[in-house]
Design a protein around this ligand. Structure first.
Ligand code: NAP
Ligand code: MG
Length: 493
C-alpha cells in the first residue's frame, strides 16, 4: 500500500452539494474553506448551503419519495442497491478514510479500520434486515380484517457531528433508506467532504436521484432550516445536548416532526478492587484517549476504589505515553488532531477552568505539536476532583479524564448517577452478583461490564436523561423510520 501522505497528492475533493442526484453549488454561491486540523492547511473551498438549498433538497427528497422510485421497490430490490453501495464503500475505503482523516484529524488508519468498517456494516446489516421483517394481522372480530402495516415514514432530515462523520451518517441513513424513506443529510461543517463522497458512491451504486441528498452548511442556517422544514417527517440528530434541545423546539414550532436525539455524555467508568485492575486501567485510559477523546461514550469520569487508586493512575500514565498525538497520516498513529481550531480553543478553555478549580492535572493539560500548524492536545488527567466540580460534570469532548475515588459500592453508584447525562457507563469487577447489581442501578442506555465500547449492529445504541432518546443500530433503529398504518376491512354478511 502506498503511504497516506503519498495518497494525499492524488485525492480529489468533492466540493458541491448533492441535490436531486446532481452536484451543484449553493444557491447564493457561498463557500467555506475546508481546513485540515492536521496542519491548518486549506484543502478546498466547499459549497455551504442555506435555507434555500435545504428547501431544494427537501423538494428533491419529497419528489423521490412520492414517485415510489425507492419506497415503492420491493425490500429485496432496495437491499440489492444498499449492498452494492456497501461494496463500493469498501472498494473506495482508503479514499473515504483519507477524506475523514484530512477533514477532522483522526488517524487515517483508524478511519479505515474502525470508521469505514462500521459504516459498511451498518449499510449491510439494515439492507439484510429489511426483507426479513413482516407486518401484523391481529386476532380481531372474525367479521373484519385489520392489517397493521409498516409504511416508510417519508422524508428524513439527518444532522450529524464530525467525530465519526461516516459512522454517524450511516447509522441514520442506512435504516432510513432501508425502510424506504428518502433523506436530506446535513454533515457537520468540520466534516463536509467524506459525506459527499459517501453519497456519490450511493448514486454510483444505483440509488435513484433525490433519495439521498447532502447539504453541507452551518448549523445555525442549514441545520435550523432542516429542523424547521414543514415537509420533513422525521429529524434524526447526533450532537450536543444544547443543539438537541433546539431541534425539539424547531419541531414544536413547525410541523411536529418526530425528533430522535443521540446527545452528549459524561460516562462513568467504575473500577472495583476485585477487578482485573491492570486490564481495567489500560482500557480506562484507552476509553478516554481513543479518537482524541472525541467520543460521546468516552469514559470521561473514572471512579476508582481508593485502595487501588495509585496503581490505576500509574497504568493510565503508561498508556497515555503510547497515545500521544501525532501525524494522523503516519501509519500506526495512536491519536491525531482535534477537529478544528475552535474545538482546540474550547478544550483548552475547559482545561483552564478545571485547573483553576481542581488544581494542576497530574498528566498533560496543554496543546501539543504547535509547530505542525494543526490542533493537537495532550492526554490529560485531573486526579481527585470533586464529584460536583466543573470537570466532573461537563463534557469536554477531548482527551481529558476526571478521576474520583470511592470507598464503597453505594457511593460509587451515587457518584456515577450524579450527572445530567445518561449515555454509557462501565463496571469492572470479578464478582458476578456485584456486576449485575450495579449494572441495574446505573441510569444509562449502555452499561459495559469488564469491557468498554463493546457493540454490535444487533444491539441498540443510545442514552437516557439528557443524553437523548431513541436508538441507533439494531431493529429498534429501523422502527423509527416506519409509520404503523392500520387498515380495517369489514366483510359483508
Ligand atoms: P453540535 O454542535 O451539536 O453539532 C452537531 C450538528 O448539529 C452539526 O451538524 C452542527 O452543524 C449542527 N448544529 C449546530 N448548531 C445548530 C443549530 N443551531 N441548529 C441546527 N443544527 C445545528 O455537536 P458537535 O460539537 O459537532 O459534536 C459533539 C457532540 O456530539 C458532543 O456533545 C457529543 O457527545 C455528541 N455526540 C453524541 C453521540 C451519540 O451517539 N450520543 C455520538 C457522537 C457525538 P455545524 O457543524 O455547522 O455547527
Ligand atoms: Mg457550528
Amino acid at each position: 500500500m502506498t503511504s497516506w501522505a503519498e495518497k494525499v497528492q492524488e485525492i480529489e475533493f468533492p466540493i458541491d452539494l448533492l441535490i436531486g442526484g446532481v452536484s451543484i453549488p449553493a444557491k447564493d454561491g457561498e463557500r467555506m474553506d475546508a481546513v485540515s486540523p492536521i496542519d491548518g492547511r486549506i484543502l478546498c473551498r466547499v459549497a455551504m448551503g442555506g435555507a434555500e438549498d435545504i428547501d431544494r433538497a427537501v423538494i428533491a427528497a419529497r419528489t423521490a419519495f412520492e414517485s415510489g422510485c425507492w419506497s415503492g421497490l420491493a425490500p429485496i430490490a432496495r437491499k440489492a442497491i444498499l449492498l452494492r453501495w456497501a461494496d463500493k464503500c469498501e472498494e473506495n475505503a482508503e479514499e473515504l478514510a483519507l477524506l475523514i482523516s484530512l477533514e477532522m484529524g483522526k488517524p487515517a488508519d483508524e478511519a479505515l479500520n474502525v470508521e469505514i468498517r462500521a459504516a459498511v456494516t451498518a449499510l449491510r446489516w439494515f439492507a439484510e434486515a429489511v426483507d426479513k421483517i413482516t407486518d401484523e394481522i391481529p386476532h380481531t372480530d372474525p367479521g373484519a380484517l385489520a392489517l397493521v402495516r409498516r409504511e416508510a415514514a417519508g422524508v428524513v432530515g439527518a444532522v450529524v457531528p464530525w467525530n465519526f462523520p461516516l459512522t454517524m451518517a450511516a447509522w441514520k441513513v442506512a435504516p432510513a433508506l432501508a425502510a424506504g424513506c428518502t433523506v436530506v443529510l446535513k454533515p457537520a461543517e468540520q466534516s463536509p467532504l467524506s459525506a459527499l463522497r459517501f453519497a456519490e458512491l450511493a448514486l454510483e451504486s444505483g440509488l435513484p436521484a433525490g433519495v439521498l441528498n447532502v447539504v453541507n452548511g452551518y448549523g445555525e442556517t442549514a441545520g435550523e432550516a432542516l429542523g424547521r422544514h414543514e415537509d420533513v417527517d422525521i429529524l434524526t440528530f447526533t450532537g450536543s445536548t444544547k443543539v438537541g434541545r433546539l431541534f425539539m423546539r424547531y419541531a414544536s414550532e413547525s410541523n411536529l416532526k418526530r425528533v430522535w436525539l443521540e446527545l452528549g455524555g459524561k460516562s462513568a467508568n467504575i473500577i472495583f478492587p476485585d477487578a482485573d485492575v491492570e486490564e481495567a486501567a489500560r482500557v480506562a485510559a484507552w476509553s478516554i484517549f481513543f479518537n482524541q477523546g472525541e467520543m460521546c461514550t468516552a469514559g470521561s469520569r473514572l471512579l476508582v476504589h481508593e485502595s487501588i487508586h495509585d496503581r490505576v493512575i500509574e497504568i493510565i500514565r503508561e498508556v497515555a505515553l503510547t497515545m500521544q498525538p501525532g501525524d494522523p497520516l503516519r501509519t500506526g498513529a495512536a491519536a491525531g488532531a482535534l477537529a478544528s481550531a475552535e474545538h482546540l480553543e474550547n478544550v483548552t478553555a475547559m482545561v483552564e477552568k478545571a485547573r483553576a478549580e481542581s488544581g494542576e492535572p497530574v498528566l498533560g493539560g496543554r496543546a501539543a505539536l504547535p509547530e505542525s500548524g494543526g490542533y493537537y492536545f495532550e492526554p490529560t488527567v485531573f486526579d481527585r476532583v470533586h464529584p460536583k466540580s466543573f470537570i466532573a460534570q461537563n463534557e469536554v469532548f477531548g482527551p481529558v479524564l476526571a478521576v474520583m475515588s470511592f470507598s464503597d459500592e453505594a457511593e460509587a453508584i451515587q457518584m456515577a448517577n450524579d450527572t445530567r447525562y445518561g449515555l454509557a457507563s462501565a463496571v469492572w469487577t470479578k464478582d458476578l452478583d456485584r456486576a449485575h447489581r450495579v449494572a441495574r442501578k446505573l441510569k444509562t442506555g449502555l452499561v459495559w461490564v469488564n469491557c468498554y465500547e463493546e457493540g454490535d449492529m444487533t444491539v441498540p445504541f443510545g442514552g437516557v436523561k439528557e443524553s437523548g432518546f431513541g436508538r441507533d443500530k439494531s431493529l429498534h433503529a429501523l422502527e423509527k423510520f416506519f409509520d404503523l398504518k392500520t387498515t380495517w376491512i369489514k366483510f359483508g354478511s
